[in-house]
Structures are given as C-alpha cells and as structure tokens.
Design a protein around this ligand. Structure first.
Ligand SMILES: Nc1nc2c(ncn2[C@@H]2O[C@H](COP(=O)(O)OP(=O)(O)O)[C@@H](O)[C@H]2O)c(=O)[nH]1
Ligand SMILES: [Mg+2]
Length: 698
C-alpha cells in the first residue's frame, strides 16, 4: 500500500480487512484504533510511521498487505516493503492528483520493476477532481496507466462506479459496502463502450494468441481480458487504475476481487535474484529460501523477524542455515501478523509473508536456506541519510546504554545510522529527516526509557594554506640531567596536482600520504650534508601529523600541504626522537600561520522537489543559506531545483522545507566538495576556537 501521506492507505487497509470479515468494525485514523497504526506514536500523531504487515482474504485467496507510511522521512519502510511485495498498490488522492509524495515513491516502484495497480481514492471528497487526477497520472505514468473504472457522481454525490472490465454499474448504499450490480445506464454507454474497447485492445497487445482472438471475435471475454491484463502488469506495460472511497467503503470489495483474480502470483513474476544477480526460480516444491525483510524489536522480549518465502515452504520446527554467517537457526514459532496480533501457523508457502521469534544470529537482509542448498538473496539497498545530528544521553550514567540501544534501533531501521565521529568528537545519528529523528527519540524515551537530547552536529571544517612560508625552529631544553635539542628548517606550500619541487632543493626522499579525512600531505626530505640524521625524519613527520589533526586556526583537520625539510641541526648527546617531534610540530605551526591559512567547509548538492505554488518561498529561503542555484526543471505540477549549499547552513532544512510547503516538498542531499569559507565567517570561527582553548586552559 503506497502513496503520498494522507492519501488513505491506512483507511483502505482497514476497509479491506473489514470487507473480508476479519474485523467486525472499522477503526479510523482519527480515533487511533486501526489495525495497522497500532504503535502508540502513530496513534498520537494520526499517521503511519512504520510499515505494518497484515492480511485480508477474498474467497479462497489470502492477500498479504503491507501498509506503509507516506511521509518522505520514513521512506526506508517503503523500500523494505517494496522489496518483498509482488505488486505495488499506489493510491492517488483525487483531491491532489500526482503529488510530490507520489513522485518520490514512484521512483522506487520504477527501480524495483514491480507490477503497479493504481487506486484513485477520496472520490467522495468535495475537492475531488477525477479528470484532473487521471490527466496528471497519464502525463506522469504514461500510456500504461489504464482506467478500469470511472466514477458516477463525484464529491458528496459519489455513489457509483462503472466497471470497464465487467461492464457493470456498481451502485453503493449510502453506508458503503456491498453494491447493487446494475446494467450501465443509457447515458453512459457510449463512454463506457469506448473505454472498454481501449481496455480490450491494451489487454490483447501483450500476447499473440490474445491478439489473434481479438481480431477473430472483435472482442475478448472476461477471462481472456484478465489474462492479458496480468501479462501486461508483469511487464509493467499496464497499470490498471480503480476508483475508491476508502472512507465510505465504496469500491474496496471490487478491488479485492481484482487482486484475487488478476494480480500475478509470486511464480508468475520476474524471479527473485541472488546477491550476484542470478535468478532464484520460484519453485513451491524446491528447497526452502527465506528472505528477512524487516526486524521488530521489543526490549526484553527479543526480536521478531519478518520474512518472505522465496522458494519452497517453511514449517514450524524447521532448521535452516543463515547464508550470511553459516549458523543454524531453528524456526521455533511460525506466525502470520495482523498489525500487533500474531496468529500461529504450521506452514507458509512460496510467496507468503510471515514472522518468527528469537532467531539468534539473523538480521534484516539475511537469507535463511535449507541445509545443503546455499543461496544469498539480493539484499535491499537503503537510501542515503539526509540529516545528521549529535545525540547525548541526558544523564551521564546512560551513556553506555545509549550505544547499545542505538545499535538495536539500527537493526530495526537500517536508515538510522549511528556513528561515533572522532573528528568532531560526537555520537552522530544520520537519518532521513527531522520527523524520522523525532520518531527515534520517541522510541528511545517511551520504549527504552532513555532520555536523550539532540545537539547540532559540529561541522567538519578543513584547514589549508594559500601561499608558501618557511621557518627555522630550535627546540632546546636543559633541565637537570639529559637535555633536549633539535633544530628544523622547514618550508611549506599548498599541494596541487603536478606541483614542482623548488629548484633550490635537492630531493632525497618523498612520502606522499593520502589523508584519512581527504586531501594529501607530501613530506619531502631535502636535507644536505647530513644536517639531520635520516633516523629523525619520521619523528619530525610525527610532529607535523599531530598538527595536521588539529589545525592552528580552528582545530580542524589540515589538508593539501607540501612540506620540505631542507636544513637543521643536531646535538651529539641531547638530540632524540621526542626533541625532533616537538621541533617538527612547532616549525609546522609557525609556517602554517604565515602561509595565509584558509578554512574550507563541506558543501552539499541539493535536489529539491517543490510544488509550483511554493517555488518562490523555497527559492527565497535558499538565498538565505548561501546557496548557489545550479539548475531548475519543471515536471507536471512541481519543479526540481538543483542547488549547492554549505552544510553549516542546512541545519534543520527538512523542517523549514516542511513548514514552507505544508509537507508537500522533498529533498535529497549529497556531499559535493570542500569550499572556501567566506572571510568574515572564518574570522568568527577562529575567534571562537581561540576562546575555547583559553577556557580549556583555565
Ligand atoms: N473523504 C475521504 N477521506 C478519506 C478517504 N480515505 C482516507 N481519508 C481520510 O484521509 C486522512 C488520511 O487517511 P489515512 O488512511 O491515514 O492516509 P495514509 O496517510 O495514506 O495512511 C484521514 O483523515 C482519513 O479519514 C476517503 O476515501 N475519503
Ligand atoms: Mg497511513
């Protein structure tokens, strides 16, 4: 179940369970009592945060549903769900047509090459506009978008559907549910016939035999139509589109019937693949293969692994091998899930989704297989993070617990990435947006009883120089016993590819270091006449490296420097490694200060999708963030802005974007390069650093 936020996925899921008689009363999102939105955070907020697995039935067919959240921040849930779904059911909200949220999710449907079914929902809403929605959908999804139905009456008058496959008029009672089946009214026959013929032609296009039949008879019967549609769906050449009011329970039953009768079953789809791209043929009789697509953790109760049976069947008590770590796992309890409710089952067949408890060494993206039949299923690739913050426990005593708990959070949600950054000395949380971070915080506080605070992530600046400088530094200490003596003459200059060693130096040795934090340090030994022993050269380099890790201007990493050691002095007794290390460090610092130091900051490429109406506001805001606009395109009803902006200016960007556009925009960001910090900002940062050093010393 996919679609922009508030298109009605959760409501439709509830209605579908109700239609199957699995629940006797329909809950609502407003009352917080749907089967799908069972997490307290979802009830509190009134929208889905987690993907939820449930099922419904139609005649003798079990249909698994995964209700996903529509908000951009929770896209990870969409990705893991799509990975195992056989068909994507995409809701379009007839109030808004193709939204930015639709676009985002569509990109993933496209990537996974799944059959897609559309449902145009909220046709009862007073702002519903069926024609416009269809027009936008045709524009965006192409000619594969195929109407299966159209509504009779719209907005508050919506109470019927003309079905183009069955050529029947379904008229609903006021409270929804089971419709009356009527002949198509006279005033609709021309339109219905025309659309029906288009549908028949499209269905015939996908199979030679059907094409022949169509030429012979001039039409296709219902079964032939179904077959043609199914083939077209597998090839993504037909996206059938249905009409709905999920809230008033109009159209959901017909949609379920279509799902049961027409949607391709797991073995009719393009086969699953292994990690190296080989097909895993769908074989209900073959040796079992299970793919773990999601993990739910309840503290103290252990974890629940959700899986899809890719091949064969799984039975309770079965022993399987984890392909990633070669350990044996026993499927002690086998169950299917309806939201938080768990129903034990004895076996699950190829294509089915289920869950098991307390696997020992198995996580999301792992494969379990029958003994002697090793196979690794293609793992799901999760999207890159778009926001980073530092996280600290409110109480010092909780610090250790915090890392353990965050590791669990990552296991449940692979789009939460936890990292201790040695560079900025903070525990960092990388995620998809502020709502995502807030959901993590909510979970830490309410489920793990751990109070945390988010702090701004320190910006990983870089320092470098703009011109050459040189100095001679003498380190001399005479106190009591053995003294210390070292003298180093050093020249430094900016490193550039293809640089030349100055003509007045004789190069005796060179070490080119690719720095862990990016950029280079090239260390040149240009000593003549044995002024400094070769054995002290590494000590000098050590001293320089210390300063490279804590640049003189702001304490940030230094990059892109050439160092030349061209002269110096030793003392027969007092010279040692320590003395040369200190001399190296001090000489480097002096040179650096004279070499016109400059500060670099990380800049990111942004790609922002924004509805036309809010384009001006979003551009205006970018102007306040030192952003450069790189390009702009227009697509359907929204624009794509490509911009480049310093990370330091992107704090809370997803919040701002959400409030500027009522959540209708979306963005991606990716590290681009390091760029010069403007002089006045560099000055301010340098002053702050000097102040912090003084405070530390005091
Ligand atoms: N008028 C109308 N409202 C609907 C319909 N379906 C859902 N809604 C309302 O739209 C809002 C969002 O629904 P929800 O199911 O949470 O959407 P989701 O974010 O896609 O899961 C709720 O207030 C629903 O009551 C519909 O068919 N008609
Ligand atoms: Mg929902």
């Amino acid at each position: 179940m996919l679609g922009a936020s508030k298109s009605g996925k959760t409501t439709l899921t509830e209605t579908m369970m109700f239609e199957a008689g699995l629940i006797s009363r329909r809950g609502t999102v407003e009352e917080g009592n749907t089967v799908s939105d069972y997490h307290p955070i979802e009830q509190e907020r009134g929208n889905s945060v987690y993907a939820t697995l449930l099922h419904t039935e139609w005649k003798d067919c079990k249909i698994n549903l995964i209700d996903t959240p529509g908000l951009d921040d929770f896209i990870g849930e969409v990705v893991s769900s799509l990975r195992v779904a056989d068909t994507a059911l995409m809701l379009l909200n007839a109030q808004h047509g193709v939204e930015v949220g639709t676009e985002l999710i569509w990109n993933y449907c496209d990537r996974f090459r799944k059959p897609v079914l559309f449902a145009i929902n909220q046709l009862d809403h007073e702002k519903s506009n069926f024609e416009l929605t269809v027009e936008q959908a045709r524009q965006r999804f192409g000619k594969a978008f195929t109407l299966m139905q159209y509504p009779v009456g719209e907005g508050p008058q919506f109470n019927g559907i003309i079905d183009l496959l069955k050529m029947t008029y379904y008229r609903f009672p006021a409270q929804g549910g089971k419709p009356e089946k009527l002949p198509i009214p006279d005033e609709e026959t021309v339109r219905a016939e025309e659309l029906h013929n288009q549908l028949v032609e499209k269905a015939a296009e996908n199979d030679e035999r059907l094409m022949e039949l169509y030429f012979e008879k001039g039409t296709l019967d219902e079964d032939e139509l179904r077959q043609g549609l199914r083939l077209g769906m597998v090839k993504q050449e037909i996206f059938p589109a249905f009409c709905l009011s999920a809230k008033n329970n109009m159209g959901a039953g017909r949609l379920l019937g279509f799902m049961a009768n027409v949607l391709p079953g797991p073995c009719e789809l393009t086969p699953e693949t292994t990690a190296d791209g080989q097909p895993i043929p769908c074989d209900p009789q073959g040796p079992a293969v299970l793919f773990i697509f999601k993990t739910l953790i309840e503290p103290h109760l252990g974890s629940l692994s959700l899986f899809k049976v890719l091949r064969g069947e799984v039975t309770a008590g079965m022993e399987l091998i984890n392909a990633q770590n070669d350990t044996t796992e026993r499927i002690n309890q086998l169950m299917i899930l309806d939201g938080k409710n768990r129903h034990p089952v004895n076996r699950l067949l190829t294509g089915d989704l289920g869950a098991t408890l307390k696997l020992k060494n198995t996580q999301t993206n792992h494969t379990l297989h029958a003994k002697g039949h090793p196979v690794v299923a293609q793992p799901t690739e999760f999207p890159n993070p778009r926001i980073s913050v530092a996280i600290v426990a409110k109480s010092k005593a909780d610090e250790e617990k915090l890392s353990t708990v965050l590791a669990e959070v990552h296991k449940e949600d692979p789009t939460v990435i936890v990292e201790y950054s040695r560079e900025v000395k903070q525990m960092l949380l990388h995620a998809q947006g502020e709502l995502h971070l807030n959901a993590v915080k909510w979970r830490l506080e309410h489920v793990y009883k751990l109070n945390v605070e988010f702090e701004r992530m320190k910006i990983p600046y870089r320092e470098t120089i703009r011109k050459a400088a040189q100095t001679t530094y003498r380190h001399k200490k005479q106190s009591g016993g053995a003294g210390q003596f070292a003298e180093v003459s050093m020249m430094i200059e900016p490193y550039r590819e293809g640089y030349q060693v100055p003509a007045d130096f004789t190069l005796r040795g060179k070490e080119e270091i690719d720095l862990d934090w990016g950029g280079k340090l090239v260390y040149h030994n240009c000593i003549v006449g044995g002024a400094i022993d070769a054995r002290f050269m590494p000590s000098i380099l050590k001293g320089i490296m210390e300063k490279m890790q804590e640049g003189p201007t702001t304490g940030s990493y230094v990059r892109d420097i050439c160092v030349y050691i061209h002269d110096g002095k030793m003392h027969p007794v007092d010279s040692n490694d320590t003395a040369f290390k200190i001399a190296g460090a001090m000489a480097f610092r002096e040179c650096f200060r004279q070499a016109d130091p400059k500060l670099l900051e990380p800049v990111y490429d942004l790609e922002i999708l924004v509805p036309e109406e809010q384009l001006g506001d979003v551009m205006g805001d970018l102007n306040t963030r030192r952003a450069t606009i790189m390009g702009m395109d227009s697509q359907n009803t929204y624009s794509v802005i490509r911009a480049r902006a310093p990370l330091a200016e992107l704090d809370k960007y997803s919040n701002t974007l959400r409030s500027l556009t009522q959540g209708k925009a979306s963005f991606k960001m990716k590290f681009a390069e390091y760029q010069l910090v403007p002089a006045e900002i560099q000055k301010k940062l340098a002053e702050e650093y000097q102040k912090s050093l003084k405070e530390e010393a005091a």
